[in-house]
Design a protein around this ligand. Structure first.
Ligand SMILES: Nc1ncnc2c1ncn2[C@@H]1O[C@H](COP(=O)(O)OP(=O)(O)OP(=O)(O)O)[C@@H](O)[C@H]1O
Ligand SMILES: [Mg+2]
Length: 253
């Protein structure tokens, strides 16, 4: 499943909450960090180090396009395989604990290093090849906005979850993502309302989303403790939103 939405709407927070919720229901979870900018998903999930980026496995940005077009010798054959299983990932490139694994596609590290297209290509090709076992679920933390649709990252995604916070821009983007996901053939597209401070705000958002033909799978309250853990770079606090997450997972799984 891919978690999409406007910048700052709470995508990474929701990824962390869902990962723990899905694990608690007896699945193994692979979280794929597909955001080339923000570095902190590993902390939000409770890891003390981040995995080496998969981009390094293919020899860096310049190698990505030739690797997948077969024009030159790739440095590492893993990502040229037809199928990739979680167990195939070399140790440095995945961090794992309590049935949750995290892989990272790649991050922009230097000024003038060029655009993030290679990360998009790598995300798409990795997800296309990823073969999950019966009890495994992959959750992809997407970069903000919609560029990833242009790059075809969703081509092999089963479910798109759009995180919508109470703002007009967020609603408009949800509408756009909803139609882009349908265009690319994703069958299950929902939105999760996030940072909800009152019933009135929730019902206003629900009305707006229903008018736009977007299905709502659930909502997560605005929790000062979540905000605080984000401020301090600590793992996302889950205790107060477990019921909200439980309701979402009842439908999702
Ligand atoms: N339910 C919530 N209650 C309170 N604060 C929240 C909630 N969800 C997210 N936040 C806060 O909102 C901010 C943005 O969250 P997060 O980093 O998860 O968003 P994002 O969509 O991943 O952002 P980006 O687009 O930059 O990757 C953080 O400060 C986070 O702690
Ligand atoms: Mg994020």
């Amino acid at each position: 499943m891919a978690i999409c939405g406007k910048g700052g709407s709470g995508k990474s927070t929701v990824v962390a909450l869902l990962a723990h919720g899905v694990r608690a229901r007896g699945h193994r979870v692979l979280v794929v960090d597909s955001d080339e900018s923000n570095p902190g998903l590993y902390r939000m999930l409770g890891f003390d180090k981040r995995p080496e980026p998969l981009l390094e496995l293919v020899g860096g940005k310049k190698k990505v396009f030739p690797t997948f077009s077969g024009e030159s010798e790739p440095r590492e054959i893993l990502l040229t395989r037809e199928e990739i299983r979680v167990a195939d990932l070399p140790g440095d490139y995945i961090v794992e604990r309590d049935s949750i694994g995290l892989v990272c596609i790649g991050k922009i590290l230097q000024s003038l290093e060029g655009c993030a297209c290679p990360m998009g290509v790598l995300s798409r090709e990795f997800l296309k090849r990823l073969r999950l076992q019966e009890d495994e679920v992959a959750i992809v933390d997407m970069e903000a906005g919609i560029e990833h649709f242009g790059r075809g990252v969703e081509a092999s995604i089963d479910s798109v979850l759009i995180v919508t916070e109470p703002s007009f821009d967020s609603l408009e983007l949800a509408e756009k993502i909803n139609s882009l996901a349908a265009e690319v053939g994703v069958e299950r597209v929902w939105t999760i309302l996030n940072k909800i401070r009152s019933k009135e705000i929730a019902s206003r958002l629900r009305e707006e989303l229903e008018e736009r033909g977007i299905s709502i799978i659930g909502s997560i309250g605005y929790e000062p403790e979540i905000f605080q853990s984000g401020l301090e770079g600590r793992p996302v606090r889950r205790d107060r939103v477990e019921t909200d997450i439980g309701r979402i997972l009842d439908q999702l799984l």
